[in-house]
Design a protein around this ligand. Structure first.
Ligand code: PLP
Length: 353
């Protein structure tokens, strides 16, 4: 049975975080005082992290995954850029991303001294492969494809982008931070099995129902992770590949617990529920005169006027807009039909006023 949304989530419609699974909440509390950044000292949480990475590999179709539980999608994306830069060692490195890529790539480029080349998306908000092809050159170290974009829930043509990257001698990274727990139940070609993907971001603390902080980064080859390792003189272990040093055992244990509880059947059921919910909600909006983008992954984007948007925020709805101004509603596990029915009633009341 669907649990009632707790107060803090009852009007949250635009966040990609959600209520953790009960097993994840318990695990987070139990491992609160552990530090997986020091795996020889905190061996139990280190074991849970290996299990979490194995399961993330299964979800993303990678049988021998190399990776770790990051603080979130931002760290995972920064590390993917850093790994590619460190492995290819060109003089003036650049990274090619679609315009739809998350702003974490802007941070990555800034801290790593890498040029960011943003290329247009097509009419359906997916990466334009020809534009990516025109943007790569001998100094490109990474091409990024998004599998579940933040604003429209779109999946880029990953096999085609992988070909562009590899023809240019660069690596291909897939950002499935949000989409990764839904995509196994769709026909999209997004995983390590569908294309020669080199690295991936896939975050348990979004649709995976872990507690924050729990992102994930995976590399196909050991060398991807090794390119991040530095020596750690004062710890029991001798090297560390993570960006943060001391980090939360809570997130790691929560990720392992959520995935143990939900992969695959629980995630499949949840995907089916939110897919149906998003389709229904988009149709209800259209009946009320809104234009909506086609729904792919469970995220609804709809045209909305500034005054209506502001009035709904004043009513307490936690909603946001895309860069081009559409209302964005993310059907996360805490979002129910009751919540969206209440939202639609407020939409009508605002229109009538
Ligand atoms: N990548 C995508 C596609 C996202 O949607 C987000 C956040 O929403 C991120 C990366 C960044 O993740 P985080 O906020 O966990 O750092």
């Amino acid at each position: 049975m669907q649990r009632a949304a707790p107060q803090e989530f009852s009007r949250v419609l635009s966040s990609m975080c959600t209520e953790p699974h009960p097993a994840a909440r318990d695990a987070a509390e139990r491992f609160l005082a552990t530090n997986p950044g020091d795996p020889e000292t905190y061996q139990e949480v280190a074991r849970l992290e290996r299990r979490a990475v194995e399961t993330l590999g299964e979800i993303a179709d990678l049988s021998d995954p190399h990776g770790y539980v990051t603080s979130g999608g931002t760290e995972a994306n920064v590390q993917a850029v850093r790994s590619a830069r460190n492995r290819l060692r060109v003089e003036d490195p650049n990274v090619v991303v679609p315009e739809s890529a998350h702003f974490s790539f802007t941070k990555a480029a800034d801290v790593l001294g890498v040029e960011l080349r943003r290329v247009p998306t097509d009419d359906d908000h997916r990466a334009d492969v020809d534009a990516a092809d025109a943007a790569v050159d001998d100094d490109t170290v990474l091409v990024v494809g998004v599998a579940g974009s933040t604003e429209f829930g779109r999946v880029d043509p990953i096999p085609e982008l992988a070909a562009v990257a590899h023809d240019a001698g660069a690596f291909l990274h897939v950002d499935a931070a949000w989409g990764g727990f839904y995509l196994p139940f769709t026909d999209h070609e997004w995983s390590f099995a569908h294309a020669p993907v080199d690295s991936m971001t896939i975050d348990p603390h979004k649709s995976g129902r872990a507690a924050v902080p729990a992102g994930g980064v995976l590399f196909r080859e050991r060398a991807g992770l090794d390119a991040l390792a530095v020596d750690t003189p004062y710890l029991e272990s001798t090297s560390q590949a993570t960006l943060t040093g001391t980090r939360s055992g809570a997130g790691v244990a929560a990720a392992a617990a959520a995935m143990d509880a939900l992969w695959p059947d629980g995630y499949r059921r949840e995907y089916e529920r939110v897919a149906e919910l998003a389709t229904w909600f988009a149709a209800e909006l259209r009946e009320r005169g809104f234009e909506t983008a086609d729904v792919d992954l469970p995220l609804v984007a709809a045209s909305i006027s500034e005054p209506v948007f502001e009035r709904l925020r004043e009513e307490g709805w936690r909603i946001s807009r895309t860069e081009s101004g559409e209302l964005r509603v993310v059907c996360m596990p805490h979002v129910t039909r009751e919540m969206l029915t209440a939202f639609l009633a407020d939409v009508e009341a605002v229109h009538a006023a």
